[in-house]
Design a protein around this ligand. Structure first.
Ligand code: C2O
Ligand code: CU
Ligand code: CU
Length: 493
């Protein structure tokens, strides 16, 4: 029997079973970490990151009281956690200077934006401590929710973990013409998990952390642990970014109400898709509308990451084995509250969900010049490169793939890993998802730069590098995996 992912998901919510490669696995042991862990600090109001103004962003340390009375050392862009939100319009020329005030190299990658290769923040292009450099590029992308973060090889995971990430929001005329929720009802939501029982951020990955991703028990929303947000009884737009190093979320409202998915990594869908559950792996974004207009004032509704089990080891069968999480670590797939929404005020205006949003031209399989295969494999016992693409560990100086400029290609990504989710990310272009060996996801309908590949799954992407030539990357966005070598150099020729 071929079991679809959808049915395994429902089973896993209901009764704790798991599937890998279409096989049903018994869930075992550890029921206790399935529930929401006790909050390690009081709920605090959500913050909205400041809007970027000026011409420079400093990469610098700062101290913040994420828990009252306990100073936490952070590494930040622009002196805030998350970094300031950059807002631009399509067609603008964007320019900023990065001042590296850290004592190690860093850089900025503009995740999801198509920039000239020398502006992309490739790991070979880092800025030395004390130095600065300019990034300048035209905004070619559609309106959508992009983001920025550092990308030095071997230190991306640590720098992001310590606080370096921010939103990069692109607007355009088409999107502005739609009657979507605006201003206080257009809410960027960076969701990240952290190990925070001590009240400070400490990044000390063990080998199981490198294998599984560095997952934590405390959820931060826009840098606030255990956050709540006061809303009107109306329609809201949430631009949700999973900025976690290694944790995948299965978004669901606690009462199972519907989200209207209006956009993905690369901007608006052609029309909203109603969904009650949305997968969101590291670096993916969903743009959703959520309606609180029938909620009585004074009530609350939680946005959750629902319990799931995936793969043979992480959640179940070999949970205590070599790749099992360290003691006390809340496993991948645990049920976690992401944000509590408190319905406080009557709506200031009534909005309806638009029935059509944009035009998304599907790329045609028959137009592809070739199929490029990528195999994702675990390597047991390797000192580095615990996960490899096409058998290779990243070498910053080696060119791995050379797609010709302007040609359409199918990238066939086949996971031979029965344990981990791999969120696979392309620099230099947005792509579309052509097929999956399990059920399609709602997010497969839009433009994407990062795609969730389940254990033992095969996903076909269709991609065309048609803006710039030069050196880009294809990599897993579990930050521990990529820093450990799960990256390839892709040169558009
Ligand atoms: Cu978000 Cu290569 O990265
Ligand atoms: Cu990127
Ligand atoms: Cu990975």
């Amino acid at each position: 029997m071929r079991l679809t992912r959808r049915s395994f998901l429902h089973r896993s919510i209901a009764g704790g079973t798991a599937v890998a490669a279409g096989r049903l696995l018994p869930a075992c042991g550890s029921g206790s970490d399935d529930g929401t862990p006790a909050p390690v600090s009081q709920s605090r109001p959500l913050k909205i990151p400041p809007i970027f103004e000026g011409s420079a962003i400093a990469a610098a340390r700062m101290s913040a009281e994420l828990r009252p009375g306990v100073p936490t050392e952070l590494w930040t862009f622009g002196g805030s956690f998350p970094g300031p939100t950059i807002r631009v319009r399509r067609g603008d020329s964007f320019r900023v200077d990065l001042d590296n005030q850290l004592d190690e190299p860093t850089n900025i990658h503009w995740h999801g934006l198509t920039t000239p290769a020398d502006m992309d923040g490739h790991p070979r292009d880092v800025v030395a401590p004390g130095a600065s450099r300019a990034y300048a590029f035209p905004i070619l992308n559609r309106a959508g929710t992009y983001w920025y973060h550092p990308h030095p090889h071997g230190a991306t995971a640590k720098q992001v973990y310590l606080g370096m990430a921010g939103f990069f929001i692109v607007e355009d005329d088409e999107e502005q013409a739609l009657e979507l929720p605006r201003d206080e009802r257009d809410v960027p939501l960076l969701i990240q998990d952290r190990r925070f029982t001590s009240g400070v951020f400490s990044y000390q990955p063990t080998e199981p952390d490198v294998a599984n991703g560095y997952v934590g028990e405390t959820i931060f929303a826009n840098g606030v642990p255990n956050a709540h947000f006061e809303v009107e009884a109306g329609l809201y737009r949430f631009r949700i970014l999973n900025g976690s190093n290694g944790r995948t979320f299965m978004l669901r409202f606690a009462d199972g109400r519907t989200f209207q998915l209006i956009g993905t990594d690369g901007g608006l869908l052609d029309a909203p898709i109603a969904a009650t559950e949305l997968w969101l792996s590291p670096a993916e974004r969903v743009d959703v509308l959520a309606d609180f207009s029938s909620d009585p004032l004074g009530t609350s509704i939680a946005l959750m990451s629902e319990s799931f089990m995936v793969g043979a080891a992480e959640g179940g069968a070999h949970g205590g084995g070599a790749h099992g999480p360290a003691a006390g670590v809340v496993r991948q797939g645990a049920r976690l509250q992401l944000l509590r929404l408190d319905i406080k005020r009557a709506a200031s205006s009534a909005l309806v969900v638009p029935s059509s949003l944009s035009t998304v031209e599907r790329m045609d399989r028959n137009a592809a010049a070739r199929t490029r295969p990528f195999e994702l494999s675990p390597r047991e016992g390797a000192a580095s490169g615990l996960h490899v693409i096409n058998g290779k560990v990243f070498d910053v100086a080696r060119v791995d793939e050379q797609p010709p400029f302007g040609e359409i290609e199918i990238w066939r990504v086949q996971s031979r890993d029965d344990v981990s989710i791999h969120p696979m990310h392309v620099h230099g272009a947005q792509f579309q998802v052509l097929s999956r060996s399990t059920d399609a996801l709602p997010t497969d309908r839009g433009w994407k730069d990062t795609v969730l590949v389940f254990p033992l799954e095969t996903v076909e992407l269709i991609v065309r590098f048609a803006d710039y030539r030069g050196l880009y990357l294809f990599h897993c966005h579990t930050l521990e995996h990529e820093d450990d070598g799960m990256r390839l150099n892709v040169e558009v020729v």
